[in-house]
Design a protein around this ligand. Structure first.
Ligand SMILES: [Zn+2]
Length: 173
C-alpha cells in the first residue's frame, strides 16, 4: 500500500524561488509541509484519509478511528499573522477582505468540527518553512503525541517567533 493522493509534477519549468512562491501563495492542497507530514506519519504506521469532502472545511488529513484530524494551514491564505503571511501591498482592500473571509470560514469549520466531536491539530506552514521553522522530526513527534492523546481536543504547531511557544498541544488561545 502506498501513500495516496500524490501526483507527479511533470513539465515543471519554474525556478525554485518561483515554485516556492507558488506553493505558499497559490496552492492550498498538497503543499510541501502537508506532504512532508503525511508521508512521515505514514512511514510511522499511521493511516488516514486525505481532503475529506464530507467534513467541514475539507480537512487535510483525517484519522477516522481516532476521531482526530490535522489541518495544514498555509500562513498566507489562512492569515496567520506571522512573517510568511504579509498582506500584499497592491489591491490591499481586496486582500484584506479575502483573508478576513478565509479566517471566518476557518473559524466556522473549527467550531463545526469540534461540535461533531473531532479533535483538531492545526500545523501552520511556518512550523516547517521560513526563518522560524522547527526541526521537522520534532514537528512529527508532536503530531504523533497529539494523535495518541485523546484528551487533547485542540492543538497548534507553528514556527518560532517572539512571544509564541511554537508548539502548543493544548487549546489555542
Ligand atoms: Zn505562520
Amino acid at each position: 500500500m502506498s501513500e495516496g493522493g500524490e501526483s507527479t509534477n511533470s513539465g515543471d519549468v519554474l525556478t525554485p524561488e518561483q515554485r516556492s512562491l507558488c506553493m505558499s501563495r497559490i496552492r492550498s492542497r498538497d503543499t510541501k509541509p502537508e506532504i512532508l507530514i503525511r508521508r512521515a506519519l505514514f512511514a510511522r504506521g499511521y493511516r488516514y484519509r486525505l481532503h475529506d469532502r464530507k467534513r467541514p472545511g475539507r480537512p487535510d488529513i483525517v484519522f477516522p478511528g481516532r476521531r482526530a484530524l490535522i489541518l495544514i494551514h498555509g500562513c498566507f491564505w489562512h492569515a496567520h499573522g506571522c512573517h510568511l503571511s504579509a498582506t500584499p501591498a497592491t489591491r490591499r482592500e481586496f486582500w484584506e477582505n479575502k483573508l478576513r473571509e478565509n479566517r471566518a470560514r476557518d473559524s466556522r469549520a473549527l467550531s463545526a468540527l469540534s461540535l461533531a466531536g473531532w479533535r483538531v491539530l492545526i500545523v501552520w506552514e511556518c512550523a516547517l518553512r521560513g526563518k522560524g521553522r522547527q526541526d521537522p522530526v520534532a514537528v512529527i513527534d508532536a503530531c504523533e503525541r497529539f494523535l495518541n492523546h485523546p484528551e487533547m481536543r485542540e492543538a497548534v504547531i507553528e514556527g518560532w517567533r517572539s512571544g509564541v511557544a511554537g508548539l502548543r498541544l493544548e487549546s489555542p488561545s
